[in-house]
Design a protein around this ligand. Sequence first.
Ligand code: FAD
Length: 511
Amino acid sequence: MAIRQGGVAQATTHEPASGGVRASAKKTGSRGARVSASGGSLNQVFDVAVVGAGAAGMMAAAVAGQRGLRVVLIDHAKKLAEKIRISGGGRCNFTNINTSPANFISQNPHFCRSALAAYTPQDFIDMVGRHGIAWHEKHRGQLFCDESSEDIITMLQHECDDGRVSWRMPCAVERITRADDEVFVLHTSQGEVQAHQLVMATGGMAIPQLGATDFALGVARQFGLKVIEPRPALVPLTFDAEAWKPFSALSGVALEVLVRAVGTATTAIRATTATATIATSDTTATAATDARSVPSAVGIDASRSKLEAAAARKANRRQRPGGKAAQTEFLEDLLFTHRGLSGPAILQISSYWNPGEAISVDLAPGRDLARELLESKQGSRQKLGSVLSGMWPKRLADQWLANAQTTGDGLGEQRLADVPDKTLRELGACINAWQLFPNGTAGYKKAEVMRGGVDTRCLNQKTMEANAVPGLYFIGEAVDVTGWLGGYNFQWAWASGVACGKALLQHGGKR
Ligand SMILES: Cc1cc2nc3c(=O)[nH]c(=O)nc-3n(C[C@H](O)[C@H](O)[C@H](O)COP(=O)(O)OP(=O)(O)OC[C@H]3O[C@@H](n4cnc5c(N)ncnc54)[C@H](O)[C@@H]3O)c2cc1C
């Protein structure tokens, strides 16, 4: 990458302007392909056409351009790199210093290793530093711009300028064909574009309102590549409206929780509880079942818990790359909403959740609330509601107890000393292992990423090239590599973009 001081760059003839790309009537420098003011090709075959000028596409185009390749970068959006712009609350969480393959979900977990090792968070930090962009670490290795995510977009534009990248934007790619089994022909809203190599960097389907599409997946299928079923990920989870009613009053409440993917192992619970959609389970198997003493729409089936916990651990083990036997769990904040659950904890676990499966939420991580309640009972004259409010967020404690199905007085109004031990154990167990069955997600409109995508088994892990289609590459979110929340998805976009950008060939070069 070219070294730049203080973020000042020389504009080149095809510099994209802020909020769009300025088409130039002039020709580019010696390496640039000639384009007309309207973007029409003057019969030049580019070395590379990159479709999608987002995080991965700009990175790949810049790297290839700076190696001397003639690159054209095409995007149908009016505004450049909208996802970078809105990311990280406008400050772009551009990487995570703790990045490792374990932070990614893929049907082929080892695939991402090579690219991530070849282009590390430090490499991107170095680039950010060369451009004079100030940044800070916010939380668990997550790095953000001090000022604005616009700085990252400008940086990538400048890197593309250094590579004399030609731009077509806004320019829709309608279809792609091949001429003589060699050249890729892109049929665009601005006419035909020809290139010896094609890089698909059109991302995933999250936030379609910003122009996200599944175009890359269609191209993959067209060329005979497999696609892992795409799904919204890093997305809020929703629940059956009726079953969620008792919890919707908690909308706005946030707290730190430990959330786990339970897998399909607990499907049996769902069938055995009175309320089909939401169930709690005492996975420590200490409590007996008494549906009267736990919140409505919540039931306990402790008898199955040991079996389920074992099965769930087995199911989760499969999620772990490298065959490690750790459970998939996240200690993060959870947010109650009107329709369900959100917040970082839920976004993280949503990437592991499949329809029909349960999640388990420990609403008081690191504490044993059953034990604390039982210990507080000795000589206590306080009501259960007051005691629980002292241990837990008051709004949550009040609502939880209000939801409880009891005969006579509300559970919160009962003197702690009068509440049976069994009920306290169940209450604590229910808080420490609240098991829920989401009925869906908030969908691509609210998702941060798409999981699934082009099957990595069809791609070369060092170059991102399709094994069966020389010259065709897939990078970024379009590939079945999905990062956790916290800067990992951009790190994958940069790393896969660089791997591809370095592997692309100048026409006439030897493969
Ligand atoms: C709200 C939000 C916040 C996020 N915050 C973060 C964060 O802080 N940190 C992080 O690591 N990740 C974050 N992400 C995820 C991150 O933005 C993506 O993983 C990343 O942008 C993927 O890069 P990409 O280059 O593969 O795709 P994108 O950046 O999405 O770029 C794809 C480009 O392709 C273009 N395109 C699509 N279809 C076509 C077509 N048919 N023809 C031409 N062009 C097309 C699009 O216009 C777009 O410019 C966030 C995502 C969202 C939605």
